[in-house]
Design a protein around this ligand. Structure first.
Ligand SMILES: NC(=O)c1ccc[n+]([C@@H]2O[C@H](COP(=O)([O-])OP(=O)(O)OC[C@H]3O[C@@H](n4cnc5c(N)ncnc54)[C@H](O)[C@@H]3O)[C@@H](O)[C@H]2O)c1
Length: 382
C-alpha cells in the first residue's frame, strides 16, 4: 500500500521525454516498447552503493533507454547528476508500482514481505545456492510471474562475471586487516570500522593508525584476481611489502609454512572443492610471525574454506575475532567490504556493468539470456 501510494506521488515528478529533448534512436524491447530501466533505492542497512552512475545513465538515455531513478536517503551518489542526465525521478521505494514492463534495478535484497514479484529485476538475489531466504524470493517471483536476472550470474561466453565488486573489497579488506595489525601493536584489538567518503580519506585514516610503526609484510593468495589486485594496491600505498601468490604457487597442495612467516595473510581466492588448506588449525600454536588473517574471500562456513582457525564472519562493529592470545592471532572476515567504500565501488562496478545495460533491449540473448536460463532452472525447483 505504502509503495503504491509513493508511486502515484512520484509520477507527478516525472519528466516527459519530449521535455528532455531526446532525438536519438529509441531502444526497444521485443514487443516494440521502449526499454525502461527503473533504478530503485536500496533498503538494506549500510547499503549506499548503486549500480549505475549519472554518466552511465546519460549513456543509456542517449541510447534511447528510458531511465527512472528513485530518490534515496542513503545513496552515495547524489540525485542531481541523474536528473541532469535526463533520468525521470520517482519516490523512494516506489518500484512496486512501476509499470509492468519496467526492469527494476537494485543491488541488494528486497524487503522480505512475501509480496509476489511481477517485474523483471536485476539484482544480487543470493537465491541459487540453496539459501533459505533465496528460496522464498524465488517463490515470490514464481507467484508474480516476474524474472530475476541475478548480477552474480551475468557472465560472458567464457563464464567469467562481467561485473564484480572485487577490487574495492580487496582494497577495503586489506585496510581493515592493517587496522587490526596496528591495534595489536598497541596491545589492543581493532575497534569498529565505518564507511569512508573516499579512498584518500581511508589512506589518511590508516596513515594515522600506522604512524610510528615499522611496516609489517603481507602475503596475498589469489593475487592475480580482482580482490587480490585491490588488496595489493592498498598495501603498496601504505608501504607494506607484499608476497604475491596465485595458482602457480599453491599447485603443490601444501602445507604452506611460508604463510606463517608473514605478519599478515590476505586470502583473496575464489575457493572451490579441492582447495588446499592455507592455514591449518595448528597454526594457532605453531611458531609464527603471522598475527592477522584478512579472509577477504570470507567463506568461513564452507567445507573447503582454506583457513581452519575460525568459523564465523566478523562485522563492522567488531571487525576482529581473536582466535589465539600470546602471541595474538586475529581474523577479520567481513562479507560486505565494498560498502565501506560506496563511492569508489559504485563507480567501478557501474563502469563494468554499463556495456551490459546498454544491451538491455536483448534480454533473451548474451549475458541476460544466460542469466535468464539460470533463473528458469532454479525457479522451476521451488
Ligand atoms: N568480503 C567481501 O565483501 C567480498 C567482496 C567481493 C568478493 N569477495 C570474494 O572474494 C573472492 C575473490 O573474488 P574475485 O572477484 O577477486 O575473484 P577472481 O576470480 O577475480 O580472483 C580469484 C583469484 O584467486 C585465484 N585462486 C583461486 N584458487 C586458488 C588457489 N587454490 N590458490 C591460489 N590462487 C587461487 C585465481 O587464480 C584468481 O586469480 C570470491 O570468493 C568473492 O566471493 C568478497
Amino acid at each position: 500500500m505504502q509503495a503504491a501510494k509513493g508511486w502515484k506521488q512520484s509520477v507527478c515528478g516525472v519528466l516527459p521525454r519530449r521535455v528532455l529533448g531526446y532525438q536519438g534512436p529509441m531502444t526497444r524491447g521485443k514487443g516494440g516498447e521502449m526499454t525502461h530501466l527503473w533504478v530503485r533505492a536500496e533498503q538494506r542497512p549500510n547499503e549506499e552503493r548503486v549500480g549505475i552512475t549519472p554518466e552511465g545513465a546519460a549513456a543509456l538515455v542517449k541510447a534511447g533507454i528510458r531511465v527512472t531513478v528513485e530518490r534515496s536517503s542513503v545513496r552515495a551518489i547524489p540525485l542531481d547528476g541523474y536528473q541532469a542526465a535526463g533520468c525521470e525521478i520517482a519516490a523512494e521505494n516506489a518500484w512496486p508500482g512501476a509499470p509492468t514492463d519496467a526492469i527494476i534495478f537494485g543491488l541488494k535484497e528486497l524487503p522480505e514481505d512475501g509480496t509476489s514479484l511481477r517485474h523483471r529485476h536485476i539484482m544480487f538475489g543470493h537465491a541459487f545456492k540453496g539459501q533459505p531466504a533465496g528460496r522464498e524470493l524465488l517463490k515470490r517471483f514464481k507467484a508474480g510471474g516476474g524474472t530475476l536476472y541475478d548480477l552474480e550470474y551475468l557472465v560472458g561466453e567464457d563464464g567469467r562475471r562481467v561485473a564484480a565488486f572485487g577490487y574495492w573489497a580487496g582494497y577495503a579488506g586489506a585496510a581493515v586487516s592493517l587496522k587490526c595489525w596496528a591495534a595489536q601493536q598497541r596491545g589492543r584489538i581493532a575497534g569498529p570500522v565505518r564507511k569512508v567518503a573516499s579512498k584518500e580519506a581511508l589512506l589518511g585514516e590508516l596513515g594515522e593508525e600506522l604512524a610510528g610503526l615499522a611496516r609489517p609484510r603481507a602475503i596475498i593468495i589469489g593475487a592475480l584476481g580482482r580482490v587480490g589486485t585491490g588488496a595489493a594496491d592498498l598495501c603498496t600505498a601504505m608501504g607494506v611489502g607484499v608476497t604475491k601468490w596465485d595458482m602457480a604457487e599453491t599447485a603443490g597442495g601444501g602445507p604452506f609454512p611460508e604463510v606463517l612467516q608473514h605478519e599478515i595473510f590476505l586470502n583473496c581466492i575464489l575457493a572451490r572443492p579441492g582447495c588446499p588448506v592455507f592455514v591449518p588449525a595448528s597454526a594457532k600454536t605453531d611458531p609464527r610471525k603471522l598475527t592477522v588473517i584478512g579472509d577477504i574471500a570470507c567463506d568461513p562456513t564452507s567445507d573447503f574454506s582454506p583457513i581452519k582457525v575460525y568459523d564465523r564472519a566478523t562485522d563492522w562493529d567488531a571487525p576482529a575475532l581473536r582466535v589465539h592470545d600470546a602471541p595474538p592471532l586475529d581474523v577479520t572476515a567481513i562479507d560486505n567490504l565494498p560498502s565501506l567504500m560506496p563511492v569508489e565501488s559504485s563507480e567501478d562496478y557501474a563502469a563494468q556493468l554499463l556495456p551490459s545495460l546498454l544491451a538491455l533491449d536483448a534480454l533473451d540473448n548474451g549475458v541476460w539470456g544466460r542469466a535468464k536460463v539460470e533463473f528458469d532452472r532454479h525457479v522451476a525447483g521451488v
